[in-house]
Design a protein around this ligand. Sequence first.
Ligand SMILES: *Cc1c(COP(=O)(O)O)cnc(C)c1O
Length: 351
Amino acid sequence: MSRFFSKKYAALEPYTPGEQPQDMQYVKLNTNESPFPPSEAALKYAAANTRQLNLYSDPVQEVLTKELAKTYGVGPDQIIVCNGSDETLNFAFMAFCDDGMPAAFADVTYGFYPVYAQQNRVPYVEVPLKEDFTMDVETLMGLRATLFIANPNSPTGVALPLSEIERLAAADPDRVVIVDEAYVDFGAESAVGLVNRYDNLLVIQTFSKSRSLAGGRLGYAIGQKELIGDLNTLKFSTNPYNVNSLTAAVGIGVLRDPEYMKKNCEIIKSNREYLVAKLDELGFRTLPSSANFVFTTRPGTDGAELYRALKEKGVLVRNFSKPRIKDYERITIGTREQLDVLIEKLKEILN
Ligand SMILES: *Cc1c(COP(=O)(O)O)cnc(C)c1O
């Protein structure tokens, strides 16, 4: 730290992203990317429709926003697009939390939530997941706080039924409930259909997982226009050009080829079932997943050691040091071929 670094941030612990090694080719199952490239049709559309790069990108991203509005059956003024859903989440922490309204989220969830809370210097409460890693809805019901709920949750993959999200939104109209649906397309119920009934409900989604566009950095929020307006106030006070023209063009192309995404999600779901069965045979216990990854542990096997052994054999998974989950691995669902390599390496290590 230089002696010039603002005291505001002196204690900030930055988020640790999953490894993106450039040194060798791993079977990369650590950051929940799609194993499939973006659709050909989307890339073709983008090549033909990218706005001239000597001009700034459209700050309201009108075409992209309208395409999203059509996809989800809401008005264009109910959507904001951002540089990845991470940026959307940061704007939500900025917009809807303060000293009188802390943030609340699970103890085991997306590691960025506490970082955004710290960066924005808002107080936060971590609500422990229950023994079986499901959400402690009853505790959340009575909390006067802005709720951040990853659904399905990461790193667990466990989904919360839509009826529970609705109960949380209805319980207290004076707090905002933010549902982070990064993985919703892999089998959970989306809360988008509820936003017109609850003016305190905000749904955040991303192109990074089911739509094969992690490198494009494109995320969005859907809610009633007042909530979206607040996020826009912050966006236009930070970086009006947060979505670049190349990414916007690919994003529009992706939305115009929904069949490709659907097909890929079906492959991932079937590969997930395949992997869970193989892990069962090897003595692992895997949480029920509605996402493009599984969270698994093997009684008697050290999680950090297994992670290292797999890495040595060229397979990257994610292991977290947090005591409660240190013996679990989060494994992204890849192609069948990738999963077969993983299973083969696991067998070698466990023998
Ligand atoms: C991957 C992920 C995101 C971030 O997605 P980007 O759109 O790539 O920024 C947000 N929330 C959760 C829970 C995630 O796992």
